[in-house]
Design a protein around this ligand. Structure first.
Ligand code: NAP
Ligand code: MG
Length: 488
């Protein structure tokens, strides 16, 4: 158990320096595998701190956008090298702070390195088109202008990858940045920020202000000099961000929840489908926006699939993500655990049948943490709460379908549309699914939670603001198109 004296306190990073918050108030970040361990303290900043960061970012923006893309890219290559050299330390911090297993945390940190390198290279790629003018003496082309100061608001579930997949494109396209990471994962974010700090980007180009969503997050929404806001988190907060940004004419981008289905057709490879359902649904304790949460299975193979799934779920080793052999860690926080348990209760109340799991997990040292058993419900109706609302925990709902058409119709019958997958060996079923599934990511014979950094990422319906992140799609949010007409 940590004592007060060996807990490190992390500062804000503003205008190239680490500075204490103006209130001097700090908050301990708790290890969800052992609630007695404080991973680190972070600043509970005030609007004054945010204003200082915005002043610094505004001051820095002219010179930063004046650099060439290649010059900005060189800074990102440096950040990538530093992050890579600290991969194990940062991954361990992530596991301690939000609970995902160490191998997953390492994979995520390596992803962060790859994203930085991808966007570093993006500084050398094309940014516009030449368009023939009707005036034969003129040259007409498009170019891209950065937004200016960008506010980045991130969740705790991918505390390295999400901040980086927002900050790296913001920076390469010439914006300056203020990030407010989720409090639940602010120590990990501070360690990522240390990599940026040591790469010596010019003062004010990147800034981090930690603190509560209602103060610093809301401050980003309201600040007149923040020209764009990129947000990932819950749909409730996302809507507030969108409304606030719209009210003052700032550009915004929202990536929010999911209620992602996997469809298992009667001709599917069932072992593959079981493996992908477990991986997509229960890795990271179900706390991925792309996690599988509804499993829509054809009548003819329902019983066989169910039996295989339950047998495999029973084998899952739950425990501290730093221990070798552990497959699933705790929920990221006590409030997350309570949310998951209340959805499980709701599922039982509404008549779904519990096949496996359903309880808090308290074996041995796990009694000090926020663990829940991997849980599968049978006989779920798509209108039940557990089939409609995002649970963000290791809970799978099995739903029966009579046909492929009905499966797709059930899959679409939710407010979200982030990711979806189908398991089938029939090409027509694949094509129907690709055409008719309302989701930003549609995946065939592969789990719902796979994302590649070089491809566009985002949702349909209420999963996003209909924008896309990652890959070259990121340029659409982080720049404005300028149409240029030149006549000699
Ligand atoms: P959240 O509660 O919405 O928080 C996200 C961020 O918003 C945090 O930094 C939070 O600060 C901040 N915030 C809270 N209230 C705010 C306010 N009034 N104004 C401005 N900012 C505010 O979400 P979460 O619980 O951290 O993350 C889980 C959610 O993220 C899930 O719904 C999941 O689906 C979604 N998610 C989506 C994607 C995607 O790409 N689609 C990826 C990952 C996660 P605090 O730290 O102070 O709470
Ligand atoms: Mg924590």
């Amino acid at each position: 158990m940590s004592t007060k004296t060996d807990v490190k306190t992390f500062f804000n990073f503003i205008n190239g320096s680490w500075v204490e918050g103006s209130s001097s108030e700090v908050k301990g970040s708790i290890n969800p595998a052992n609630k007695n361990e404080v991973v680190g303290n972070v600043q509970m900043s005030t609007i004054e701190d945010l204003n200082n960061a915005v002043d610094a970012a505004s001051e820095a923006k002219q010179a930063w956008k004046g650099l060439s893309g290649a010059e900005r890219g060189n800074y990102l290559f440096k950040v990538a090298d530093i992050l890579e050299s600290r991969l194990d330390d940062i991954a361990e911090t992530m596991t301690r702070e939000m609970g995902k297993t160490f191998p997953e945390a390492k994979g995520e940190t390596a992803r962060g390195v790859a994203i930085l390198r991808y966007y570093a290279g993006e500084g050398m790629r094309k940014v516009g088109d030449v368009i023939p003018s009707t005036d034969s003496d003129a040259l007409m082309f498009t170019s891209r202008a950065p937004l200016g100061v960008v506010g980045v608001i991130t969740p705790w579930n991918f505390p390295v990858a999400i901040p980086i997949w927002k900050m790296a494109p913001a920076l390469i396209y010439g914006n300056t940045v203020i990030i407010k990471p989720a409090q639940e994962a602010a120590v990990t974010a501070a360690k990522v920020m240390e990599c940026f700090a040591e790469a010596n980007l010019p003062n004010g180009v990147v800034n981090m202000v930690t603190g509560s969503g209602s103060v610093i997050g809301q401050g980003i929404i309201d600040h007149p000099e923040i020209n764009g806001i990129t947000f990932t988190g819950s749909d409730q907060v996302g809507k507030q961000v969108g409304q606030g940004a719209l009210a003052r004419g700032a550009k915004y981008q929202l990536e929010m929840g999911g209620k992602n289905p996997v469809i298992v057709a009667e001709d599917a490879d069932l072992d593959l489908a079981v493996e992908a359902t477990i991986s997509g649904g229960l890795r990271s304790t179900g706390q991925k926006c792309t996690a599988t949460s509804r499993v829509i299975v054809h009548n003819d193979v329902y019983e066989e699939f169910k039996e295989k799934l339950v047998a495999k779920v029973k084998e899952i080793k739950v425990g501290n993500g730093l221990e070798e052999g552990v497959w699933m860690g705790p929920c990221a926080s006590e409030s997350q655990l309570n949310t998951v348990l209340s959805y499980i209760e709701k599922g039982k109340e509404e008549g779904a049948q519990l096949l496996v799991g359903g309880n808090r997990y308290v074996e041995g040292e796990c009694s000090n943490g926020f663990y829940v058993e991997p849980t599968v419900f049978d006989a779920v109706d798509n209108q039940m709460t557990i089939a409609q609302e995002e649970i963000f925990g290791p809970v799978l709902a099995l739903i029966k379908a009579e046909s492929n058409e009905e499966a797709i119709q059930l899959a679409n019958d939710v407010k979200f549309g982030l990711s979806a997958s189908i398991f089938t060996t029939n090409i027509q079923k694949m094509l129907d699914f690709i055409d008719d599934m309302d989701a930003g990511l549609v995946r065939v014979n592969s789990e719902s939670a796979g994302v590649e950094l070089q491809a566009p990422f985002g949702g349909m319906k209420q999963s996003s603001s209909h924008s896309r992140e990652q890959g070259q799609a990121a340029i659409e949010f982080f720049t404005s198109i300028k149409t240029v007409f030149v006549k000699g």
